[in-house]
Design a binder for this molecule. Structure first.
Ligand SMILES: [Zn+2]
Length: 468
């Protein structure tokens, strides 16, 4: 017996697309197949739509302090914007307090999300102060349902910056603890030097944010992190790969048989260094790290997504208002809070520029937005696949729905959208979270507090590129 049957759609998985009905019982998927019995169940005709597992965004920053301010989106508005794009799970970064423990970071972030999250969520811990006590605490994280830690090689001069010896030791500990290390790979020493030199010359405008973080700075740190992970004998996830040179280091690791996961993000396909150089202070709206690149990098990134050198596509949603927040850096680009909104646009941007142009298949679309996210972020079995027993997180995807992005039709809280004026094709017609309708036709139906905390577990894979 099922409660609801979606009929007439085409199921898209990471491997194949096929005609099938999807039956839901309670919060779970009960069956996937042709001509499922509907007796007593609510029948929803989804003819013409594609049925996909709810998208997972393994990279968001909600209600996060940065550079003396706090992100514009909290757990209510941030998860509203995510579900409007088809995302039913986020994994967000709990930030360790410099004097605090990792458990306190998790507790603080659960407090921020509790009663506000409209979709399910997991938590990473971003390490800001890798003391001996924190090193000893890392093995306790899986017991809290946290399977990932983030280490920053950038942001020298702030507590986030982590030196190589500490990164290496964290990788060794992570191996024993069955925790996956995520790395922000940019050379913090070089950036700090280039920034100081730029400011001394009086080069203070937003475009210098990009010019002081050249591609090679990212490629060097990417290679260094990969080699350190190899010495430690553990996998690594390089987040927000922005350019061909950094991807090349990931590709070389795969050629050697090393398990390295890598993520890229929609902003690197939709915007470029030309946006950072916009007139006046407009470029501040496009400040994120790694920075937006020359468009010549995109062919390589598309290829990486299609062949699996890049396994996941995350938003790095980190929204700051233009008024009062981005403006903090009006006279000094290093004071501009880093980050762009993008949780809502992530799937449609990938469909528009990737699937509709033939650069990636619709199966790869599901792989990098859902299936691989679930495997790498420790949610497999419950999330990321439309199979019996999994949570009934379902996107009813309309491949032809076209939206002209305006500030008014966004669902987040930030006072601008970098996507304004861009036309995106492909959008959810409806989204279900554990069997309950969470979004339909522009309207958020999921309420604050509907989201549940997800226990995650990372299993050390056998050597080699385990997830394509
Ligand atoms: Zn981030």
């Amino acid at each position: 017996m099922s409660d609801m049957v979606l009929t007439g759609g085409t199921v898209v998985t990471a491997d194949a697309s096929f005609r099938a009905d999807v039956a839901v019982e309670g919060e779970r998927i009960a069956a996937v197949g042709l001509d499922l019995p509907t007796n007593g169940a609510e029948v929803v005709d989804v003819s013409g739509a594609l049925l996909m597992p709810g998208f997972i965004d393994g990279h968001t920053h909600l209600d996060m302090p940065f550079g003396g301010t706090v992100t514009a989106d909290d757990w209510d508005t941030g998860t509203a914007s995510a579900v409007a794009g088809g995302t039913t799970t986020v994994v967000d970064f709990s930030l360790q307090d410099v004097e605090g423990t990792l458990a306190e970071a998790v507790e603080t972030w659960q407090g921020k999300a509790d009663g506000k999250a409209r979709i399910d969520y997991g938590l990473h811990v971003a390490i800001t102060n890798l003391t001996d006590a924190v090193k000893q605490e890392i093995p306790s994280l899986p017991g809290l349902g946290v399977s990932t830690i983030k280490i920053f090689m950038a942001y020298k001069g702030t507590p986030l910056f982590t030196a190589d010896e500490d990164l290496f030791e964290a990788l060794q500990i992570a191996r024993e603890a069955e925790v996956l290390v995520l790395v922000h790979a940019e050379n913090g020493d070089v950036i700090a030097k280039l920034q100081a030199q730029a400011l001394a010359r009086g080069d203070v405008s937003p475009r210098w944010h990009g010019l002081t973080r050249p591609e090679t700075v990212e490629a060097e740190a990417t290679n260094r992190a990969i080699r350190l992970a190899s010495i430690a004998g553990t996998p690594l996830l390089v987040v927000h790969v922005s350019c061909a040179a950094a991807l090349d280091e990931v590709r070389r690791a795969h050629a050697r048989g090393q398990t390295v996961y890598a993520e890229t993000c929609p902003q690197y396909f939709c915007f470029s260094d030309a946006d950072l150089a916009r007139d006046g202070f407009e470029g501040a709206k496009y400040v994120c790290s790694p920075p937006l690149r020359d468009p010549s990098n995109r062919d390589a990134l598309w290829h990486g997504l299609q062949v699996g050198d890049l396994q996941i596509f995350g938003s790095d949603h980190c929204s700051f208002n233009y008024a009062g927040q981005k403006e903090l850096g009006r006279d000094d680009f290093t004071a501009i809070p880093n980050g762009l909104p993008g949780a809502e646009e992530r799937p449609a941007a990938l469909w528009t520029h990737g699937v509709r142009t033939g650069r990636i298949t619709e199966q790869r679309f599901v792989a990098v937005l859902a299936a691989n996210q679930a495997r790498i972020h420790g949610l497999a079995g419950r999330k990321g696949a439309l199979v019996p027993g999994a949570d009934a997180d379902i996107v009813v995807w309309d491949p032809d729905r076209t939206i002209d992005v305006t500030q008014a039709n966004r669902h987040g809280n930030v006072d601008y959208t970098p996507y304004v004026g861009i036309t995106l094709t492909g959008a959810p017609a409806a989204v279900y979270l554990r069997g309950t309708e969470a979004y339909r036709d522009g309207e958020i139906l999921s309420q604050p507090g509907s989201g549940q905390f997800l226990q995650r577990a990372f299993r050390q894979p056998a050597p080699g590129p385990a997830v394509r």
